[in-house]
Design a protein. Structure first.
Length: 149
């Protein structure tokens, strides 16, 4: 039996998002996830990036949107935690790491500086057979509100 959602507003809290990501990202690659926070300006991921013999704190800001029934997260900012902007070369290296870290997550595809999430495919991994058309997403302090209609 499938659940068909015709109209709904679903809230995804940052604690739920962070715990879901941690299950897939534990001790992988040269990037360690420290925290995920949801703010009105987007989803803010903080972590440590290993550059040779030292680890550098980085902050990635992704702007969420709904497009073609999927969640779209565009990289909107990337900086050292100390506030210094990262040169373009490091930006590409870090996005390559993000691609590597997320490649095993069901329903997730990384395309250049955009992360696409298919909510229907992601829900299946949690045991939910859901049909929905994602039409909007709003970032608030502490949660994402997903709008289906």
């Amino acid at each position: 039996m499938a659940l068909e959602i015709l109209q709904a507003r679903l809230r995804l809290g940052e604690n739920d998002l962070e715990s879901t990501l941690r299950k897939h990202l534990e001790s992988q690659g040269d990037m360690d996830l420290e925290s995920i926070r949801i703010r009105p300006e987007g989803v803010v991921a903080r972590g440590k990036y290993e550059m040779g013999w030292m680890k550098v704190g980085v902050e990635l800001i992704f702007l969420p949107k709904a497009e073609a029934g999927k969640l779209r997260f565009d990289l909107n900012g990337l900086r050292l935690v100390q506030g210094v902007g990262l040169p373009g070369m490091l930006r590409g290296l870090i996005m390559d790491l993000v691609t590597e870290l997320l490649k095993e997550m069901p329903g997730v595809v990384v395309d250049n500086e955009t992360i696409w999430v298919d909510p229907v495919a992601a829900a299946l991994t949690w045991g939910f057979d859901v049909r929905m058309n994602l039409t909007g997403v709003v970032a608030e302090s502490g949660f994402l509100e997903l709008i289906a209609g």
